[in-house]
Design a protein around this ligand. Structure first.
Ligand code: G3P
Length: 218
């Protein structure tokens, strides 16, 4: 399973990159706003900065909702850097835009996926990735992991080339379940990824090793 970092925070991206654990980055307009990135020029420059830190795919989301706007933005974003994947919301104009951009050789990530039908249409239109949101389904009393498991099954059944990015991940439990489900990519906040390192027996074991060493060596 590949790990993408779900953030626009440069320090976190550098940290995860230096740990050697991330295969790409996903952003969205909310994550960009959280970092205070405003104005088209600054936003585009920020995407380039992220691409210069990591080696893998970097999803950059359009803010238009009409077809013409989406493809204009998509072409501009894709021209920024070869690692850019254009992130497009699942809606009729978005599916058309995915189809158009795919025809131009531009890779896309169809976002805000909450059911298998949306994922199917995005995949049929040629999306490189679909992004189902786990946490937001859990938030309204549905089962986000159930959607992931169904999508993995359906995409395998039909040999779909589109990769599934499990998004809206809220913690280590989601990550482990995504691994078990065989999802292609989990895009996570850094603390959810580093949380995988934690185990009380690791802490206790290390403390014992070091205190035994100190007893003999001072
Ligand atoms: O990248 C989109 C997605 O991961 C958002 O997550 O936590 O805002 O539901 P969240």
């Amino acid at each position: 399973m590949k790990f993408f970092l779900d953030t626009a925070n440069i320090e976190q991206i550098k940290t995860a990159h230096e740990m050697g654990i991330i295969d790409g980055v996903t952003t969205n307009p909310s994550l960009m706003a959280r970092e205070g990135i405003r104005g088209e020029e600054n936003i585009l420059a920020h995407y380039v900065r992220i691409c210069e830190i990591v080696e893998g795919d970097v999803s950059a989301e359009v803010i238009s909702t009409d077809f013409a706007g989406m493809i204009t933005e998509g072409e501009k974003l894709a021209a920024l850097h070869k690692q850019i994947v254009v992130k497009i919301p699942v809606m009729e104009s978005g599916i058309r835009a995915i189809s158009y951009l795919t025809g131009k050789g531009i890779r896309t990530n169809c976002t805000l996926i909450f059911n298998p039908g949306q994922a199917l249409l995005a995949a049929k239109a040629g999306a490189s990735y679909v992004s189902p949101f786990i946490g937001r389904l859990d938030d309204i009393g549905e089962d986000g992991m159930d959607l992931i498991e169904r999508l993995v099954h359906i995409f395998e059944l039909y040999g779909m080339e589109t990769e599934i990015i499990a998004a809206s991940i809220r913690g280590t439990g989601h990550i482990i379940k995504c691994m078990e489900a065989g999802v292609d990519v989990a895009t996570c906040p850094l603390d959810a990824i580093t949380g995988l390192l934690n185990h009380p027996l690791t802490d206790a074991g290390l403390e014992k090793f070091l205190s035994d060493h100190r007893k003999l060596n001072g």
